[in-house]
Design a protein around this ligand. Structure first.
Ligand SMILES: NC(=O)c1ccc[n+]([C@@H]2O[C@H](COP(=O)([O-])OP(=O)(O)OC[C@H]3O[C@@H](n4cnc5c(N)ncnc54)[C@H](O)[C@@H]3O)[C@@H](O)[C@H]2O)c1
Ligand SMILES: [Zn+2]
Ligand SMILES: [Zn+2]
Length: 364
């Protein structure tokens, strides 16, 4: 099957014909329907985090079940599914505590290089994020998948698996934004727009969207932003404080830069919470003014918005079908697998919310 393979860090992906294994007892083979291009993929392509190469990225996926392993009782061929990188075992300390996104069972959540599901010319190819969605087929653990309604469009469903579950989960599960709250979202790509949308669904009164690309700010209004700020025009923190009379109650960093992490902490009013969603390379540090902790400001991380995929993905599908979750405006471009490198170039230029690779005929 055709796949876009990362063979060298810093180089474009290369289209190859890969072999995919047969499903093991707890595995499911999928025809990939759609896969979104996430900035985390780009971080890995650029070598921010090293993985054994060659490898196949892509972790924002939807698909149609082609075959199931002998022990898979609750999925069957033809089912429509969303995949998420937070595959879980259901039995470890983290899973039993309800923190499925932090499952550390390496039999189920296999580090890149461990799984032997993909091969090229007889040599193993790393499965990254336990999914490897930049490919026409995927062989994955059953607990990476959630069945969805068949009337949910599969191209938009793919976005639920990363950007949307992360951005909305940061609001609903991590920060637990209450109705009437004031919120700022720094970075309005796929993840940040989903956070803006989540804040609107939660009933936040003020939602300040911040980005350094004007088109992203116009888009953020369609997701529920009440105010927008162009990051390049002056002091972001001072302007947020001025707009909100002393700072926001909740801020969300959706880029992955020390400077914007620091901004997110400083723009809080006393007692506020900054949720850091952006991904940082190993060793990257940010600086926080210690005296601000006396103001009971809080800062916290987020792994996929602490997703509980089997609860959250069907709920997000309902919210979309009711017209309350905006996925239509998040798909900026539908592209083919052959055009994936141009898709990442458009992301790097800040042009798109999301480009989504669609595979013809799957789920149609
Ligand atoms: N914690 C998690 O579980 C998780 C999950 C998914 C993605 N991520 C991370 O979240 C981040 C965002 O991902 P994405 O796919 O939305 O990325 P993206 O590239 O689509 O969006 C980033 C946005 O930030 C804006 N931006 C860049 N520099 C800026 C600056 N200095 N000031 C203001 N705006 C700026 C860009 O214009 C763009 O709109 C990435 O670091 C990604 O790796 C984390
Ligand atoms: Zn992602
Ligand atoms: Zn577990």
């Amino acid at each position: 099957m055709r796949a876009a393979v990362l063979e060298e860090f810093g180089q474009p992906l290369v289209l190859r014909d890969l072999a995919v294994a047969d499903p093991g007892p707890h595995e499911v083979l999928l025809h990939t329907a759609a896969v979104g291009l996430c900035h985390s993929d780009l971080h890995y392509m650029q070598g921010m985090r090293k993985i054994p190469l060659p490898g196949v990225l892509g972790h924002e996926v939807s698909g149609v079940v082609a075959a199931v392993g002998a022990q898979v009782r609750d999925l069957q061929p033809g089912d429509h599914v969303v995949g998420a990188l937070s595959v879980f075992c259901g039995m470890c300390h983290q899973c039993l505590g309800g923190r499925f996104a932090l499952c550390m069972d390496t039999e189920v959540k296999q580090p890149p290089g461990q799984a032997r599901r993909l091969a090229h010319g007889g040599r193993p190819v790393s499965q990254v994020f336990n999914l490897s969605g930049f490919a026409a087929q995927m062989l994955v653990h059953r607990n990476a998948l959630v069945r969805i309604r068949k009337d949910m469009p599969l191209d938009r469903a793919a976005l639920l698996g990363c950007a949307v579950i992360t951005g909305t989960g940061a609001v609903f599960r991590n920060a637990q934004v209450p109705a009437g709250a004031s919120v700022a979202v720094v970075g309005c790509g796929g993840v940040g727009l989903a956070a803006v949308n989540g804040a609107a669904i939660a009933g936040a009164a003020r939602i300040v969207a911040i980005d350094n690309v004007p088109a992203k700010l116009a888009l953020a209004r369609r997701f529920g932003a009440t105010e927008t700020l162009l990051a390049s025009e002056g002091d972001v923190v001072a302007r947020v404080q001025e707009l909100t009379q002393g700072g926001v109650e909740y801020s969300f960093e959706c880029i992955g830069l020390p400077a914007t992490l620091e901004q997110c902490f400083r723009m809080l009013q006393p007692g506020g919470t900054a949720t850091i969603v952006g991904l940082f390379g190993p060793g990257v540090k940010a600086s926080i003014e210690g005296s601000e902790f006396f103001l009971e400001k809080k800062i916290r991380g987020s792994a996929l918005g602490s997703a509980r995929i089997r609860e959250d993905i069907p709920r997000l599908v309902e919210l979309y079908l009711q017209g309350r979750l905006n996925l239509d405006d998040m798909v900026s471009r539908r592209i083919r697998l052959d055009d994936i490198n141009e898709g990442f170039a458009a992301m790097a230029r800040g042009e798109v919310a999301r480009s989504v690779v669609v595979f013809d005929g799957v789920g149609a």
